[in-house]
Design a binder for this molecule. Structure first.
Ligand SMILES: [Zn+2]
Length: 127
């Protein structure tokens, strides 16, 4: 593997191709359409060709092109993932008008009476 592109580990494009290959492999084995079954094989050959390639700058450029082309989609996907994990929109933070205590309220509840845990003050808010 010395001097081959694959010696440096799988890049993003390789990992993406692997997923595409897996999906196509499953789909085409279900559909059983002749010719279509060549598709996963072509991807496998291309993947193997890239990993075995000695033209490292060219492969590197391919990966860069792939990253650039998918940058928008990947940022959006990452944004969605982050939102799910931390729940960006799941809570509203309100400040108690009496004692300035910050209170976290689940969003989407409509008009609710917020009860301050520090000073027991109650105030109406729309979440
Ligand atoms: Zn308070």
């Amino acid at each position: 593997m010395q001097g081959r592109y694959g010696a440096y580990g799988a890049d993003r494009l390789t990992r993406f191709l692997l997923i595409v290959w897996l999906v196509l492999f499953v789909v085409t084995s279900f559909l059983r359409v002749r010719g279509l079954q060549l598709l996963p094989l072509l991807i496998l050959v291309y993947m193997y060709f890239r990993l075995m390639s000695r033209n490292i700058p060219a492969r590197y450029k391919e990966n860069e092109t792939y990253l650039r082309m998918t940058a928008g989609v990947r940022t959006r996907l990452n944004g969605l993932k982050r939102k799910r994990v931390t729940g960006d929109n799941a809570y509203h933070i309100y400040t108690c008008p009496n004692c300035s205590q910050k209170i976290r309220i689940p969003s989407g509840k409509g008009r609710i009476m917020v009860h301050c845990p520090r000073c027991s003050n109650e105030f109406l808010k729309v979440s």
